[in-house]
Write a protein that binds this ligand. Sequence first.
Ligand code: HEM
Length: 387
Amino acid sequence: MDVTQSAQYPLDPFPQYERMRATAPVFQDDQSGSWHVFRYDDVQRVLSEHATFSSRMGGDNPSGTGQLFASSLITTDPPRHRQLRSLVTQAFTPKAVDALAPRIAGLTDELMAEIAGKGSADLIRDLAYPLPVIVISELMGIPSEDRERFKHWSDVIVSQTRILPASETQDSTTSEMVEYFLALIDQRRSRPGTDLISSLLAAEIDGQKLTVPELLGFCALLLVAGNETTTNLIGNAVLCLAESPGTLERLLSEPALVPQALEEVLRFRSPVQSMYRVAVADTVVGDQLIPAGAPIVAWIGSANRDGQQFQRAAEFDVDRNPNRHLAFGHGIHFCLGAPLARLEARIALEALLSRLPGLSVASGAQLERMDSSIVYGLKELPVTWQP
Ligand code: HEM
């Protein structure tokens, strides 16, 4: 396998993170003015001290796709954040999510049946991408013929960096998404079902319905943000196993180890490498004074490789336990979809191991990272096996 190093988005950004942790763990980028935080303790603090580090994105005038997410959970601070989150926690508790396991296994079976006899596939296109999209679409009552559009939308969204001005493509993508979601919301208003959008439409906080931007924020966040990341957890898992001799065989003989191995994938190749915050007041982080109003990038991908927190941090070790990685964030914004992502990835990985004997990355495959500094995953993952 050939790991192509694109200069802008390297598949191996980890040596650079290591240098930053050692030499400039809290660093201001002169060009953008943003501050970058690389050490585990600092990243954990920036993610979780919400009174000091706000999640409000783009200030009062967010641009491009920022508008779509401006009233979503991920960009809201308490007290609104707590109210909004309470509306959806029920749908994503481990118990509620476990009830989806038979359906996820059925879908995985269908997707695997399409490729099992072939001997080769692009695992991103054929399994890792469609699985989470179908699952969340079903939860939200999205017609199956509309699913293809999310792929394009999420690709455009993840290729943007929030603090840069939006490009024309992003603006037109935002308009398309807004139009689509507004039509969907209208449709559910007139014909409610048992799906998540219908229950959000019925929900009230202190006697008030959600605003349209809040409804749009939920749609955008659930339908786009959670999918690409789960796709990449599955893809990154296959990459980690392929790179680590013997682990594939080990998991095949000890399937109970799969959940722990996935936690290590989350640490080692985190699908979300960075998250943003804004300093609410002048604040000292490490030995630097970050001024009020400054944007901060918390490098989760670096925190998860910090030798101060993890022994042999640069080693992929399926036996690692405890594993206090920050791949799903920390504190009040901890990923709502974590139980769902873990379940989907476990079912997908078990199916890959048991149904594709001799699975390996296709020889000579040029593995390239997606065009994003935030989301970490492969554009394509060509694999082969003995059919
Ligand atoms: C929040 C990562 C899958 C929905 C987050 C955050 C991270 C993250 C790091 C914290 C953001 C912050 O602190 O600002 C991931 C990863 C995933 C994944 C690595 C897959 C491996 C999903 C899925 C869904 C989802 C499947 C939903 C179906 C959300 C939501 C939030 C969130 C709604 C916002 C929570 C809040 O602000 O209270 N995710 N996510 N995620 N995630 Fe995920």
